[in-house]
Design a protein around this ligand. Sequence first.
Ligand SMILES: *[C@@H]1O[C@H](CO)[C@@H](O)[C@H](O)[C@H]1NC(C)=O
Ligand SMILES: *[C@@H]1O[C@H](CO)[C@@H](O)[C@H](O)[C@H]1NC(C)=O
Ligand SMILES: *[C@@H]1O[C@H](CO)[C@@H](O)[C@H](O)[C@H]1NC(C)=O
Ligand SMILES: *[C@@H]1O[C@H](CO)[C@@H](O)[C@H](O)[C@H]1NC(C)=O
Ligand SMILES: *[C@@H]1O[C@H](CO)[C@@H](O)[C@H](O)[C@H]1NC(C)=O
Ligand SMILES: *[C@@H]1O[C@H](CO)[C@@H](O)[C@H](O)[C@H]1NC(C)=O
Length: 324
Amino acid sequence: MAAARGTLLLFVLVGVSAIVLVGGVSSNVAELERERWREKLPEVAIPQTLLARLSPLSLTQMHNFLAGLKKTNATSFDANRFCRSAGLICREDVVFVDQVGSSFTNPHEKHEENVFLDKEELRESGEIILPDLSPPINLISFLPSELSEMMPPFSSANVSQILNLLNIPSESNMSRSMESTLEMCEGRGEEGEVKRCSTSVEGMVEFVVSRLGSDVDLLTDTSVVGSGQRVTVTKASKRENFVGGKPPVTCHNFMFPYGVSYCHSINGSEVFDLQLEVVQDKEKITRNATALCHYLSDGAGANQTACHPVYGEMLLWTPKPKLD
Ligand SMILES: *[C@@H]1O[C@H](CO)[C@@H](O)[C@H](O)[C@H]1NC(C)=O
Ligand SMILES: *[C@@H]1O[C@H](CO)[C@@H](O)[C@H](O)[C@H]1NC(C)=O
Ligand SMILES: *[C@@H]1O[C@H](CO)[C@@H](O)[C@H](O)[C@H]1NC(C)=O
Ligand SMILES: *[C@@H]1O[C@H](CO)[C@@H](O)[C@H](O)[C@H]1NC(C)=O
Ligand SMILES: *[C@@H]1O[C@H](CO)[C@@H](O)[C@H](O)[C@H]1NC(C)=O
Ligand SMILES: *[C@@H]1O[C@H](CO)[C@@H](O)[C@H](O)[C@H]1NC(C)=O
């Protein structure tokens, strides 16, 4: 009896260690990605906009695709099955996304309407026009870091290899978007700006932790209440006393067949907590919002101010406030 129990225990232990070898106690890749997040950021919950973009792959699929990518003969790699199973977008019939012209990441390009808020109005009784708060949120899944590291280098010199591997025609909207994304990722950036593009959730978290440490607050706002309206500010308070005085980090989704996150932090950025009076169903209601202001050198000794609300897919990471 005791021997039988011992054998059973042995089986259980062998079973458990086999699972541990594959990746903690994860049963699928999304769980693996969550586990890695928890390791680095135990106090921070993963926001909905990211949960929706964790990899849908099973661990077995991940290992099979990894083996396929490792083979030198890539002609045997089934791009369609890879794109479909991993939640990627490898189709041609998608809109072109011009990241270089996007005003969030390139504030000198001001052609996008109403994205910016007037800094002078971020005060009690100020009036601002909220942007369209429902920009298309792309739900392209991130690859787990194992797979994203096996892809051809994330570099404009290697776009054709990525296109070939994923069976995406060059000159397509997707290939043009990819080039635009890489141009932004490889660009010099602003004075006082530190940025990084990550092709996995793990890479994004690593960048954030390298900038701010793991004691951070993460803010998102996917509400579209007040979208496009001219609204009154009823309260505005600038967040002070960030631990270490470090500037916040913001992350944006960039267009690519797999998840790409563009995260940057700019010296001298400020965060404002706002209370707004907006109209919903013909009634005035109060809505909270957060605005981020960057001060960018105009190259002639003066500063250009760029304030925008946090909304949609944006992630705002701030150091924790100091407790006095
Ligand atoms: C690559 O693999 C495919 C299918 O498995 C095969 O038809 C082809 O001959 C291989 N090419 C080389 C160069 O080995
Ligand atoms: C390419 O993108 C443009 C918008 O930038 C869109 O109008 C057009 O329909 C797209 N083409 C395809 C084939 O989807
Ligand atoms: C990346 O691009 C460079 C320059 O074109 C090339 O030499 C290299 O082989 C490419 N790497 C891969 C993995 O395709
Ligand atoms: C940001 O400011 C700090 C303190 O003035 C400075 O040490 C750091 O180099 C600046 N960062 C960049 C990217 O300019
Ligand atoms: C521009 O902004 C930086 C960073 O906030 C600040 O240190 C500097 O004094 C500002 N310069 C002018 C001319 O306002
Ligand atoms: C708005 O923020 C205030 C604190 O500034 C908080 O007390 C309140 O609960 C928030 N309202 C909503 C709807 O989140």
